[in-house]
Design a protein around this ligand. Structure first.
Ligand code: PMP
Length: 361
C-alpha cells in the first residue's frame, strides 16, 4: 500500500528514512539477536541509546553541561502537574500565560497545587494570537513563568520569546520543539510529548537546567521527582525504551538534515505554500490565527460553511491527504505539518485546496 500524506496533529507522520531504519533493525539490533523492544534497559546497548539521545538533543539545542535531558512517561499532561508539584512551594505564586486549551489545562493542574496568576491571556476572540510583550503582567517574584510555545489546536506560535530576566521560564513545546532555532538557554525547563515532532508516543522529553534539579521538591513520590530521574539517568524505572530509541533516530535524522536552521527554512517554505492559498482565496478559506501569530507547525482554517468543510475533509482523504479535520473548539480544518512532513505533502495539499476552491468557489 502507498503511504499517505498524514496531517494528523499527533501521533503524527515520521520521517520515512527513520521508519525504514527501525524496520532494518527491528529483529536484530546491532548483532544482539534481539529487538530494541526486547533488550534489557540495563544493557550497554540501551544505555548507549539513552546517552546518545540526550547528547543529540543537547547538541541540536546548543545546551551545555548545565542541562539534563530526561525521558519520562505520562505525556505532557503529567508535566502539567509535575512542574507545580516540584517548583510551586507554599506561599509562592506561579505565573501562567494562556494561549490556548493546553495552557489552560496546565494552569488547572497548577491551581490544585498552589497559588497561580494569569499573566496574560488571549482567550478573548478564541485564542487567535500570542500576547505582545507589553500585555504580560507578572506577579511579584513568581516561582516560575509557564507558556505554551505552539498552540496545536488554534494554530498560533510564539515568534520570539520575551526576556523574563532571572525568573525561571518553563515551556510546553510539545508541538514545535526543534522546528526552528531558538535560545534554549533562556529556559529553566522545557517539556514535550514526543508524538508530534520527536517520535512516537510513549515518551515525554524534559530538558531541565541543573539549578532546577537542585531546587525540585524532594517530598514527592519518587516517580514525580525530577531529581530522582536526573540522578538515575532516566533509568529509575523501566523507560519506554523503544520510543526513546525512535526519538534518537529522529534526532540523528534532524542532524543529517542540517539541524534547526535547515528545519526552519524547510518549515517556512512548507507553511508558505498553504498560507499563500488561504491568503489568495478571497475569503474562500479563512485562517483562524492572526497573521503575526501564525504557526508553522499547525495551520488552522475554516471554509464558508460546515457542509463545505465536511466535503473538503472527505475528498482530501480520498486524495490521500489524511487527518485534516480541525479540533472541535476551532472547527474547520487543521493541517499539522511537523518537521517530518515533506514539502511534497504540503504542495499536494496546496494543489488540492486550489482545485477544491475552483470546483466549489
Ligand atoms: N501540550 C500541547 C501543546 C499539546 O499539543 C498536547 C497534545 N496534543 C499536550 C500538551 C498533551 O500531550 P500528551 O497527550 O502527551 O499528554
Amino acid at each position: 500500500m502507498e503511504r499517505v500524506f498524514n496531517f494528523n496533529a499527533g501521533p503524527a507522520t515520521l520521517p520515512l528514512a527513520v521508519l525504514e531504519e527501525a524496520q532494518r533493525e527491528l529483529l536484530n539490533y546491532k548483532g544482539t539477536g534481539m529487538s530494541v523492544m526486547e533488550i534489557s534497559h540495563r544493557s550497554k546497548e540501551y544505555e548507549a541509546i539513552n546517552n546518545e539521545a540526550e547528547a543529540n538533543m543537547k547538541e541540536l539545542l546548543g545546551l551545555g553541561s548545565n542541562y539534563r535531558v530526561l525521558f519520562l512517561q505520562g505525556g505532557a499532561s503529567t508535566q502539567f502537574a509535575m512542574v507545580p508539584m516540584n517548583f510551586l512551594g507554599a506561599g509562592q505564586k506561579a505565573d501562567y500565560i494562556l494561549t490556548g486549551s493546553w495552557s489552560e489545562k496546565a494552569l488547572k493542574e497548577a491551581q490544585k497545587i498552589g497559588q497561580t496568576h494569569v499573566a496574560a491571556t488571549t482567550q478573548e476572540g478564541n485564542y487567535v494570537r500570542i500576547p505582545k510583550a507589553d500585555e504580560i503582567q507578572l506577579s511579584e517574584a513568581p516561582a516560575y513563568i509557564h507558556l505554551t510555545s505552539n498552540n496545536t489546536i488554534f494554530g498560533t506560535q510564539w515568534q520570539s520569546f520575551p526576556d523574563f530576566g532571572d525568573i525561571p521560564l518553563i515551556a510546553d513545546m510539545s508541538s514545535d520543539i526543534l522546528c526552528k532555532p531558538f535560545d534554549a538557554n533562556k529556559f529553566a525547563l522545557i517539556y514535550a510529548g514526543a508524538q508530534k515532532n520527536l517520535g512516537p508516543s510513549g515518551v515525554t522529553v524534559v530538558i531541565i537546567r541543573q539549578d532546577m534539579i537542585e531546587k525540585a521538591s524532594t517530598k514527592l513520590p519518587s516517580m514525580l521527582r525530577y531529581d530522582i530521574h536526573a540522578k538515575n539517568n532516566s533509568l529509575y524505572n523501566t523507560p519506554p525504551s523503544f520510543s526513546v530509541y525512535m526519538v534518537n533516530l529522529v534526532l540523528c535524522w534532524l542532524k543529517a538534515q542540517g539541524g534547526l536552521a535547515a528545519m526552519e527554512k524547510h518549515n517556512l517554505e512548507k507553511a508558505a505554500l498553504i498560507y499563500d492559498v488561504i491568503d489568495s482565496s478571497n475569503g474562500f478559506y479563512k485562517g483562524h490565527a492572526d497573521k503575526d501569530s501564525r504557526s508553522i507547525m499547525n495551520i488552522t482554517f475554516r471554509l464558508l460553511n460546515e457542509d463545505l468543510e465536511k466535503a473538503f475533509a472527505s475528498e482530501a482523504t480520498k486524495a490521500g491527504l489524511i487527518g485534516l479535520k480541525g479540533h472541535r473548539s476551532v472547527g474547520g480544518m487543521r493541517a499539522s505539518i511537523y518537521n517530518a512532513m515533506s514539502r511534497e505533502g504540503c504542495q499536494a495539499l496546496a494543489d488540492f485546496m486550489k482545485e477544491f476552491m475552483r470546483k466549489n468557489g
